[in-house]
Design a protein around this ligand. Structure first.
Ligand code: 5GP
Length: 174
């Protein structure tokens, strides 16, 4: 049995997105970016983020698969669904739900960099700095969280809990 414990409220999520949106508006006002969302977990964050921006962004999605267990990434990652349009000379902003070990996003940034965008930056709602296995700069960050397994706000456990408007952590109960 899993028990859900509230970690981040709707209000805290809104506040973090509002702050990121202000930073993005400041940095991309004259060069509207192409936002690349990482499926599936980032789709809710992406939807709220683009509506908090009042600049004409374009969006794309990529889907990755990791050969890890349900709760830990193995670092062996592959692209399941790639980009549908070229990103050469575009200002690309990757939108991710969680940076944990950093291996997934490191792989994706490498994959995108080879396509020669004009600029490539990373925006992540949640950061678990204590689990990091690779040095990585998060250019726009929602908030840091402890090393717990979270669900809700688009983020799942076995496809469950994505619909929840807040972010919870899972506590194992027997
Ligand atoms: P990393 O490669 O940085 O270890 O892991 C990144 C990916 O692992 C995230 O995009 C997410 O899909 C998944 N992940 C990491 N931590 C969590 C978590 O607490 N909950 C869920 N549901 N997925 C996580």
């Amino acid at each position: 049995m899993e028990k859900l414990k509230l970690l981040v409220s709707q209000q805290e999520i809104e506040k973090a997105i509002g702050r990121i949106a202000e930073e993005l508006k400041r940095d991309y006002r004259d060069q509207p970016p192409l936002l690349v969302g990482v499926l599936k977990g980032a789709f809710v964050f992406m939807a709220d983020l683009i509506r908090a921006l009042d600049i004409p962004v374009e969006i794309e999605f990529v889907k990755l698969s990791s050969y890890g267990t349900k709760t830990k990434s193995s670092g062996k990652i592959r692209v399941v669904q790639g980009l549908r349009s070229p990103i050469r000379d575009r200002d690309v902003l990757v939108v991710e739900d969680i940076v944990d070990t950093g291996l997934t996003i490191h792989f994706l940034l490498d994959y995108l960099a080879k396509k020669k965008p004009r600029s490539l930056k990373l925006c992540a709602l949640l950061d678990k700095p204590s689990s990091r296995q690779i040095d990585l700069a998060i250019d726009y960050k929602g908030m840091e969280i402890p090393d717990v397994f979270v669900v809700g706000y688009g983020i799942d456990y076995n496809e469950k809990f994505r619909y929840l408007p807040e972010i919870y952590y899972l506590e194992e109960t027997s």
